[in-house]
Design a protein around this ligand. Structure first.
Ligand code: ATP
Length: 358
């Protein structure tokens, strides 16, 4: 396999004695998109600025295309790193046309014209080549910014919340378009966002950055379904937890038995993380659980339900089911995949059990 296009090792940067980025290790294989998800202030922009060369690390090393660009001994300035950037505000040159903005990063004079045409076509803006930035919509400006970044033939493109100034509908369209373009061109990219859905969609792999530390890295599916700690699970929206008792037959919970095992002796109690869409619900006069509230969300309805123990959980249902508060119901976990389990806040290794034959 080829060398990763970008490698960070033990990368650390502090401002006023507070670490904005702390001992970050990451690598992005050529042609892949790494999505970095983190709340505001977690160090996302600082991480990108370190890779681009706008900040110098206090410790650690950055390699691009297997060349050190920042370390104790080396500091390569931004213009020599072959890094393209797309920011949340598009940062186009206001006095240059769309075509001239795209041409800006192209060093080689002789095929400049064709290259500009090629990249404008790639982002679907060939008809707007003569316009100025103030004559563009937000989505169009973002496409120009991407074309400009790609036209310079970077080794890696860094995207910093590029869609955050766009309205919700355009955001979703742009993320699909941009992902397609990055994939079509085989571009290596780091994409930072505080929006979980965006990170899950954009990344071939995904990493979670909190308080300057990379807490987990993996495929979006793996990170989403198996957060490495209880607090990460909460951050990723595994908003509910229930006690599970380890038995030979699986985990016994107040929401039924789960056919999964953890490496703890029978009788041990773990916390099982789940989401409202893992909880099945049926109206049942004899049911011991009670609907407290029905929260209509358009395509789905969220039910807030009180279990016999007094614990309150949520169940996501199709909008076609209508149950009024006060209805008696039965609830059970039906996740179709193993649920993450935690002991003392740390994820436990889970094993799926073969379904029982009757
Ligand atoms: P957001 O999503 O809000 O843009 P972020 O995850 O990109 O946040 P950073 O901008 O990297 O976070 O900031 C990380 C931390 O470092 C914050 O606490 C911030 O206040 C601090 N910080 C960033 N740049 C500087 C600076 N130039 N001087 C001092 N502190 C800074």
């Amino acid at each position: 396999m080829s060398q990763p296009a970008v490698i960070c090792r033990a990368l650390t940067k502090s401002f006023n004695a507070t670490a904005a980025v702390h001992a970050v290790d990451l690598s992005v294989p050529e042609g892949q998109i790494l999505a970095i998800l983190g709340p505001s202030g977690s160090g996302k922009t600082t991480l990108l600025r370190l890779i681009a060369g706008f900040e110098e690390p206090d410790h650690g090393e950055i390699r691009i295309n297997d060349q050190p660009v920042a370390s104790a001994a080396v500091f390569v300035p931004p213009e020599r790193r072959r890094v393209g950037m797309v920011f949340q505000s598009h940062a186009l040159f206001p006095h240059l046309t769309v075509a001239d903005n795209v041409a800006f990063g192209i060093r080689d004079e002789h095929d400049r014209h064709q290259r500009v045409a090629h990249f404008l076509e790639l982002v679907g803006l060939e008809k707007l080549a003569a316009r100025y930035p103030h004559e563009l919509s937000g989505g169009e400006s973002q496409r120009v910014a991407l074309a400009r970044a790609l036209a310079a033939e970077p080794v890696v493109v860094l995207l910093d919340e590029p869609f955050s100034n766009l309205d919700a509908e355009l955001r979703v369209r742009m993320r699909e378009e941009v992902r397609l373009i990055l994939k079509e061109t085989g571009t290596t990219a780091l994409f930072v966002t505080h929006d979980q859905e965006e990170a899950l969609f954009m990344g071939d792999r995904m990493a979670v950055l909190r308080a300057g530390r990379l807490e987990q890295e993996g495929t979006p599916e793996a990170v989403y379904s198996n957060p490495a700690s209880r607090s990460l699970a909460e951050f990723l929206g595994h908003a509910e937890f229930i006690a599970g008792v380890v038995t030979d037959a699986g985990l016994e919970t107040e929401l039924g038995r789960l056919a999964q095992r953890v490496d703890l002796p029978p009788g041990s109690v773990v916390e099982v993380g789940f989401r409202a869409d893992d909880v099945a619900l049926a109206a049942d006069e004899a049911g011991e659980a009670e609907v407290l509230a029905r929260i209509f969300r358009g395509g789905t309805t969220l039910y807030r339900v009180k279990l016999p123990s007094g614990k309150i959980v949520h169940s996501m249902q199709a909008h076609t089911l209508t149950l009024e508060p006060g209805s008696r119901v039965r609830l059970w976990l039906e996740p179709h995949h193993p649920l993450p389990c935690y002991a003392e806040g740390k994820a436990l290794r889970i094993h799926e059990m073969a379904p029982r034959r009757h």
